[in-house]
Design a protein around this ligand. Structure first.
Ligand code: DQA
Length: 141
């Protein structure tokens, strides 16, 4: 099974970015653990700070992955284009957030993605990604 993990803006700064909110691990450190834990899965990891590149990656991975885990970060709350991209593909997309967006500023409470995704996992730290993997795996059992 091929699963894409697509991370949006500023998530390349995990580990040093607001560690009280996002923790001390880099995504690369976490990804190494995911790869070790889910040996049957081939992960395709992509991060960009550029909205159009995230849309391009969603379209590309819709053709060669059976599931997509998307943390669009700040674009979650602003991007009609990313929402449209999720609507345009039939590959299941799980929206994830490291922090609990509903416990934060009001402008983070709205997502242009949630209504287009299979579901959303928010606030469980980096474990949010692992839970999304478990869900996508369960779709293929
Ligand atoms: C985030 C939450 C967003 O509101 C924020 O802009 C991010 C990260 C999260 O994973 O908690 O950059 O998506």
């Amino acid at each position: 099974m091929h699963i894409a993990i697509i991370n949006g803006p500023n998530l390349n700064m995990l580990g040093t970015r607001e560690p009280e909110v996002y923790g001390h691990q880099t995504f690369e450190q976490y990804l190494a653990k995911l790869i070790e834990k889910f040996k049957s899965i081939e992960f395709h990891y992509f991060q960009s700070n550029i909205e159009g590149e995230l849309i391009d990656e969603l379209q590309k991975r819709a053709t060669d992955c059976q599931g997509i885990i998307l943390n669009a970060a700040a674009y979650t709350h602003t991007s009609v284009g990313l929402g449209d991209a999720v609507s345009s593909i039939s590959t299941p997309v799980v929206e994830v957030h490291i922090s609990n967006i509903y416990a934060r500023e009001a402008y983070r409470h709205h997502s242009f993605l949630t209504g287009k995704c299979q579901g959303v996992i928010s606030g469980l730290g980096l474990t949010s990604y692992e839970l999304a993997v478990i869900y996508l795996l369960s779709m293929h059992e």
